[in-house]
Design a protein around this ligand. Structure first.
Ligand code: FAS
Ligand code: PHB
Length: 387
């Protein structure tokens, strides 16, 4: 098999990249190790920044987002018995969109298949090879058969456990990592949201987040220990802890549609490219989800890489491709800082004492009372700080 660009991974990064290349007349093949049903049902991110939503609209895949996505002015911060609204629209002149990542993935897969683009499902990339200075190949298995995809470029959009990151680490790259001592237990539940916008709660028992997917479906998270398993969290314990930390005594214990535990970490790989191998999305960087940045960074990397490849095939200029890492890392490190800031502000570390608890309360009081501090949070959360 031959294609100009081999894309590993049918997540937001790989699918948007394939779609943008297709719109520019550049063929690619997407290799996805899972089945279509799995990737379209996998519940993950929920918030699109203004910029992420614009990227999808400009790519011609924003119609359902505009019909079904929930546009929010801002978020609530709850702490110490108080609740405060941070009005992003007033402070940063832009809001956010609540639209599940699985919906973004469905929209991009539908567009890809409608345009006749190739996605090979249940096709697992096993090895990345340089054929010569101008050609590469990916060894992959599908249906028990081993095959080789010859290409000019490889975009490894295969997430934090993919072969893209492993290959880069075996070459010239360095990974910078921070591991948090906690995880998020997340549920998707058929229960009406208890608030009109997202509620981030700092509680002495730990963090909680009330998000949503529709007027009937809520997405809720609890901070738990990093080594936590679901065995210790029967449904009634999850709901009683959510009611307590969110201060929502009447939160209805609806049917739980999905449940999982996601350990928290921060990670950045430098550089994000080697020769004709490029990393985009979680393969290159991970943020704790407290800043709702993961999916947005993946989409932004894909747009940056697409622009470089379109320039290369159009003008045989590698100017943008040569600057790919630098173009992405400024945005990535800003998002890493903000995600780490929101995480340390809203989570109780088990090693914390009362001093650290009171420091957080003081910072939360300042963020919710100072126009400068709340504007900074608004600019960073909406992505205005990096656009
Ligand atoms: P993805 O991980 O989405 O996609 C990579 C794809 O590559 C996957 O489909 C995988 O099956 C495939 N793949 C891997 N190895 C392969 C191989 N060898 N061959 C072929 N295919 C291969 N972000 C937020 O902003 N908010 C959240 O609440 C949030 N919650 C999350 C919960 C979980 C459990 C996880 C894991 C992540 C969460 N994230 C969240 C982050 C998430 O949204 C990512 O940022 C986003 O999926 C990144 O998109 P991609 O880079 O495309 O990677
Ligand atoms: C979600 O809706 O899944 C979500 C929202 C905001 C976050 C993380 C997750 O910070």
């Amino acid at each position: 098999m031959k294609t100009p660009v081999a894309i590993i991974g049918a997540g937001p990064a790989g699918l948007l990249l394939a779609h943008l290349l297709q719109r520019a007349g550049i063929e690619s093949v997407v290799l996805e190790s899972r089945g279509r049903d799995y990737v379209e049902r996998r519940v993950r991110a929920g918030v699109l920044e203004h910029g992420g939503a614009q990227l999808l609209r400009e790519a011609g895949v924003g119609d359902r987002l505009d019909r079904e996505g929930l546009e929010h002015r801002g978020i609530y911060l709850r702490f110490n018995g108080e609740i405060h609204h941070i009005d992003f629209k007033r402070l940063a002149n832009r809001g956010i969109f609540v639209y599940g990542q699985q919906e973004v993935v469905k929209d991009l897969i539908a567009a890809r298949l409608a345009s006749g683009g190739a996605i090979l499902f249940e096709a697992e990339a096993r090895r990345i090879d340089d054929r010569d200075a101008h050609h590469m190949s990916v060894l992959f298995t599908q249906g028990g058969d081993e095959q080789r995809l010859e290409c000019d470029f490889i975009a490894a959009c295969d997430g934090s456990h993919g072969i893209g990151r492993a290959t880069m680490l075996s070459r010239n790259a360095t990974g910078y990592e921070h591991i948090y001592p906690y995880a998020w237990l997340g549920i998707l539940a058929r229960t009406p949201p208890a608030a009109d916008e997202l509620v981030y709660a700092y509680h002495e028992r730990g963090f909680a987040l009330h998000s949503m997917r529709s007027p009937q479906v809520s997405r809720l998270y609890l901070q738990v220990r990093r080594d936590e398993t679901l065995d210790g969290w029967p449904e009634e314990r999850i709901w009683s802890e959510l009611r307590l930390r969110l201060h929502e005594p009447s939160l209805d214990a609806g049917e739980i549609l999905e449940i999982g535990v996601t350990p928290m970490s921060s990670y950045v790989m430098e550089p994000m490219q080697d020769g004709r191998l490029f990393l985009a999305g979680d393969s290159a960087h991970i943020v704790p989800p407290t800043g709702a940045k993961g999916m947005n960074l993946a989409l932004a990397d894909a747009a940056t890489l697409a622009a470089g490849l379109i320039e290369w095939y159009g003008k045989h200029s590698s100017e943008r491709l040569d600057r790919y890492t630098a173009s992405c890392l400024q945005r990535v490190w800003r998002a890493e800082f903000f995600s780490a800031f929101m995480t340390q502000l809203l989570h109780r570390d088990e090693l914390d004492g009362e001093f650290e608890h009171r420091l957080r309360l003081a910072q939360l009081k300042y963020v919710t009372s100072s126009r400068a501090a709340s504007t900074s949070l608004a600019e960073n959360y909406t992505g205005a700080a990096t656009s």
